[in-house]
Design a protein around this ligand. Structure first.
Ligand SMILES: NC(=O)c1ccc[n+]([C@@H]2O[C@H](COP(=O)([O-])OP(=O)(O)OC[C@H]3O[C@@H](n4cnc5c(N)ncnc54)[C@H](O)[C@@H]3O)[C@@H](O)[C@H]2O)c1
Ligand SMILES: [Zn+2]
Length: 361
């Protein structure tokens, strides 16, 4: 099966190459002159895939100075892990001409990308996403960063990679629930996009079964859609906010569950809440459409046991809330119809409480 390329028309455009069995050495060296580099990865992905990536790069003339491995999981998006990674790069002797390859899921991409964007005021970054979520979402768009004890993603920057290369073979080792988590973002974008992408969501079952054609189609659809949105609004002044569909409530549910809830599950339920708010606003009921897609992806319809009061409190703290008059109105991305998102819809605290309440017990 041949690979496919999507060009992200950012301020500085970059290609996203997707396919099984990628000739990584050749693809990378077509975009960047081989030179010194470091591989950035985590403790799960490193032992599985770093040696082959290193071999492919060295075979194409790259000098791999070392591999920096952080513990797998969100806790590596910390100031401590960031500082440690910078120190290790300096000790490896990576210079301004060097390249960082971020091989891993969204955690590695966000942390490795922030390191690449700030070490020596920025070295070249290549994203090698290995989780489904990273392939369809986080590796594209240029947002990188880390967490603070005070909250997720509070420190970061826009750092454009030179190249994104997603080898679908990497997904063979990914735990099944991580495919489901990534599918939450694909479903989100398919609903926002409508048209052919929405129809392709019928491939979710095949994708979960590991069908490479289905995976390729869904990754390409997602990347193309996100690339289009990002091209319109790279620095998030407007349109890019539609990508928060399901996330206003999703983030609040994650916080209310002390992050003992998978992001994909939280977003799944967040989208269902948005669907019921959309029904009230636009008199069009897309709840069944949402539920069928979530079923196909192995995602839940509700998250019992998440305290409603805590979710509402977290909603109040959400940085995306419009606090113009200080009242408990929230701003939502809703769907007037499949493929017709509406931004900035004001929703009252009572409506939000009712819609979330129906999904947390
Ligand atoms: N920058 C953005 O635009 C953006 C967008 C969405 C999410 N994110 C961030 O992405 C992160 C979530 O990303 P994620 O879901 O990929 O999490 P993750 O990076 O923690 O990966 C999930 C798990 O899968 C493992 N893994 C990854 N690839 C694997 C493979 N091929 N085989 C076996 N195991 C593998 C990881 O080690 C980890 O345990 C969050 O920190 C989130 O904030 C960023
Ligand atoms: Zn998300």
């Amino acid at each position: 099966m041949p690979f496919e390329t999507v060009e992200v028309p950012a301020i500085r455009p970059y290609p996203v190459v997707v396919g099984p069995g990628l000739d990584l050495g050749g693809i990378v060296s077509d975009t960047i002159e081989p030179g010194p580099c470091a591989i950035f990865t985590d403790s799960m992905v490193g032992p599985l895939h770093a040696a082959r990536v290193q071999g492919a790069l060295e075979g194409a003339g790259w000098t791999v100075l070392g591999t920096i491995e952080v513990p797998s999981g969100e806790s590596s998006k910390s100031i401590e892990a960031y500082a440690d990674a910078l120190g290790r790069l300096a000790r490896l002797g990576l210079t301004r001409e060097g390249t960082i390859f971020a091989l891993g899921g969204g955690v590695v991409g966000d942390l490795g990308g922030f390191v690449a964007g700030t070490y020596l005021r920025g070295v070249d970054l290549v994203m090698l996403p290995t989780s489904f979520l990273a392939m369809v979402d986080s590796a594209v768009g240029g947002k990188v960063g880390i967490d603070l004890p005070e909250g997720k993603n509070l420190v970061g920057a826009f750092v454009r990679p030179r190249l994104v290369a997603a080898d679908l073979d990497w997904l063979a080792t990914l735990p099944e629930r991580e495919i489901s988590n990534g599918l939450a973002e694909t479903i989100k974008m398919g609903l926002l996009s409508g048209a052919d992408f929405f129809d392709d969501l019928g491939l979710i079952g095949a994708a979960r079964a590991g069908d490479l054609d289905a995976l390729l189609t869904l990754v390409l659809d997602s990347v193309s859609f996100k690339a289009m949105v990002v091209a319109e609004d790279e620095l998030e002044g407007g349109l890019r906010a539609i990508l928060n569909y399901g996330h206003t409530v999703g983030h609040a549910l994650e916080a209310a569950a002390d992050y003992n809830l998978q992001h994909g599950q939280a977003v799944a339920v967040g989208m269902l809440v948005a669907a019921s708010l959309s029904r009230e606003r636009f008199d069009r009921d897309l709840t069944d459409v949402h539920e069928d897609l979530l079923d196909a992806a192995g995602l839940p319809h509700r998250v019992p046991g998440v305290p409603l009061e805590r979710a509402l409190l977290a909603m109040g703290r959400d940085k995306k809330r419009s606090a113009a008059d200080g009242s408990a109105w929230h701003r939502f991305v809703l769907l007037e119809e499949i493929g017709k998102p509406v931004r900035n819809v004001p929703v009252s605290g009572e409506e939000v409480s009712e819609a979330i309440g129906a999904r947390v017990e």
